[in-house]
Write a protein that binds this ligand. Structure first.
Ligand code: CP
Ligand code: NVA
Length: 322
């Protein structure tokens, strides 16, 4: 593993800080690279910025299950000296009919920040608009930007954030692939989606990313044959086929079965191919245990990096002098 070294090539002072982190669409290439470089510093030195969130109260409102996002944010906030309040969405008055808008206004009167995991992306936009505090998207049906930011950091640690990278996302096109696609197209990196015709990306997100890619000089390829999609890949990435909130569907599982990440498929990629998965995994469905636990897997490093990347994000969003 390399230390991630990023030549920023610009003056960080010139970056105009954003209030929220709702989607990578709102972030420029320079801002994303800046966050990655900050994450590298923070990973090297755990004590760095240990009082940056002193006096800050950040709540986490989760409407869906989570292991990594919840834990990594709670640890990150604590290591940065802040106070984290976990809120189970089911116990709030929102569940008894209080509007999102009213709740957001009230949240804004107590808190400095809010991490939200929910279904509709619009919900976090309403929170961001009406609370006036910093809102971070911890996953919606549409996007998972914290995951993508952290994954870009992991890819950078392997020295692969470069034009020659062949990165193939395989399986269901979902919130994770949407955010990866946004991040890749902003950074000018090519991305291949290996997916069936039926479970490809939405036209809206594809169109947006293709426009970004045209500007940054990268390409998004959609390939329906899994073996062609992974040919000579440096990285193969997959995620569950049935996301939280999706209907369980035997038809979908059958349709995507050809896209399972297994050793037969890996043989078509580069010999040193790295395998990524945001987790949780459905072992023997989208990925075999042989691959997940095997030599090509960088999945545990990938999971750890959520902590470092999110610490960078928190420092950036909540420090006055960043
Ligand atoms: N990858 C990820 O977001 O994991 P959790 O659902 O456990 O938070
Ligand atoms: N696509 C998955 C990601 C889980 C982290 C889901 O939304 O369930």
């Amino acid at each position: 593993m390399n230390d991630l070294k990023i030549d920023l090539g610009f003056d960080k002072i010139k970056i105009e800080k954003k209030k929220d982190f709702l989607t990578l669409k709102d972030y420029s290439k320079e801002e994303i690279l800046y966050l990655l470089s900050l994450a590298a510093d923070i990973k090297k030195e755990k004590e760095l910025f240990s009082d940056r969130l002193k006096g800050k109260n950040i709540a986490m409102l989760f409407d869906k299950h989570s292991t990594r996002t919840r834990l990594s944010f709670e640890v990150a906030i604590s290591q940065l000296g802040g106070n984290c309040i976990y809120l189970d969405a089911a116990s709030l008055q929102i569940k008894r009919g209080e509007t999102i808008k009213d709740s957001a206004i009230v949240f804004g009167r107590y808190l400095d920040g809010l991490v939200i995991r929910t279904f509709s992306h619009e919900t976090i936009e309403v929170f961001a608009d009406y609370s006036n505090i910093t809102v971070i998207n911890g996953l919606t049906d549409m996007y998972h930007p914290c995951q993508a930011l952290s994954d870009l950091f992991t890819i950078g640690e392997f020295g692969l954030l470069e034009k020659e990278l062949k990165f193939t996302y395989l399986g269901d096109c979902n919130n994770v692939s949407n955010s990866l696609m946004v991040g890749f197209s902003k950074l000018g990196l090519d991305l291949t989606l290996g997916c069936s015709k039926k479970y490809g990306p939405s036209a809206e997100i594809l169109q947006y990313c293709q426009k970004q890619a045209a500007k940054s000089g990268s390409k998004i390829n959609i390939i329906n044959d899994p073996f062609d999609a992974v040919e000579c890949a440096d990285i193969i990435y997959t995620d569950v086929w049935i996301s939280m909130g999706d209907k369980d569907s035997a038809e979908k599982v059958k349709e995507l079965s050809a896209f399972q990440v297994n050793s037969k498929l890996l043989a078509y990629a580069k010999p040193g191919v790295k395998v990524m998965h945001c987790l949780p995994a459905h072992r023997e469905q989208e990925i075999t245990s042989e691959v997940l636990d095997g030599n090509h897997s960088v999945i545990w490093q990938q999971a750890e990096n959520r902590l470092h990347a999110q610490k960078a994000l928190l420092v950036y969003l909540f420090s006055e002098n960043f």
